[in-house]
Design a protein around this ligand. Structure first.
Ligand code: SF4
Length: 227
């Protein structure tokens, strides 16, 4: 297969690609939708799909059109497919949902601005929910955050896939600044101690939540949970 721009994903047919447009928290603008529609028409993209990670996939693009599609998408194109932070999934939170207790969308957008496509040992998916109903699938994401009346609760090491795992409940009652601080520390810890392609679920099974807590949580100003 010929070289193709980073970010293009070879499809099952072995000859066409998917290109992703980012949409942090699942938010899009009319301008982005219009640009995607124009690209789909211009390049006769056979399918446009909203992915499970709340991104927009243009599917079935031949290799010769990839460079032009990436250029049209500009900074809205997802450029990394290797081990990195893949997406920032969020429910509507307290901006729109009557059950919301925290601003999950705002937190997703903030995290995306900090960590978009940053490389890590394994791929990382982040799920953020505005209340304990957990519509952002926080408990089965590498980093899961959900809102309560008292602040944010943080999970680490969740996964769906063929060996699903609930994330370990690490801390609760965090302010937004505290949750951002803890996410930063967790990611740095994971970057330093995980093996190549070791997802956070397998990483936590190997090192154990107790080790992580004693290494990390004793240093932070929040309410850590007993195991
Ligand atoms: S998790 Fe809570 S705030 Fe978010 S959509 Fe579900 S019910 Fe609403």
């Amino acid at each position: 297969m010929a070289d193709h721009p980073e970010g293009a994903i070879l499809q099952r047919d072995g000859k066409t690609y998917a290109v992703m447009a980012r949409s942090p928290g699942g938010l899009v603008t009319p301008e982005l939708l219009e640009r995607i529609a124009a690209i789909a028409r211009t390049f006769r993209v056979p399918e446009v799909k909203i992915t499970s990670g709340q991104r927009i996939a243009l599917i079935g693009i031949p290799g010769e059109d990839l460079a032009a599609v990436f250029e049209e998408l500009g900074t809205d194109a997802v450029r990394k497919t290797g081990p990195c932070i893949r997406y920032f999934q969020s429910c509507p939170g307290n901006r729109n949902c009557r059950n919301g207790t925290q601003d999950s969308l705002g937190l997703a957008i903030r995290l995306e601005s900090l960590y978009r496509e940053k490389p890590f040992p394994g791929k990382i998916k982040i799920g953020i929910s505005g209340c304990p109903r957990c519509c952002g699938e926080s408990q089965t994401r590498d980093i899961g955050i959900l809102g309560t009346l008292n602040g944010w609760t943080l999970f680490f090491g969740g996964n769906s896939g063929t060996r699903p795992r609930f994330g370990d409940l690490l801390a609760k009652n965090l302010s937004t600044d505290e949750v951002l601080d803890l996410v930063s520390r967790l990611l740095e810890y994971y970057r330093m101690h995980a093996g190549p392609k070791e997802r956070t679920a397998r990483f936590m099974e190997r090192i154990t939540p107790e080790t992580l807590r004693s290494d990390l949580l004793n240093q932070i100003p929040c309410t850590p949970l007993e195991s």
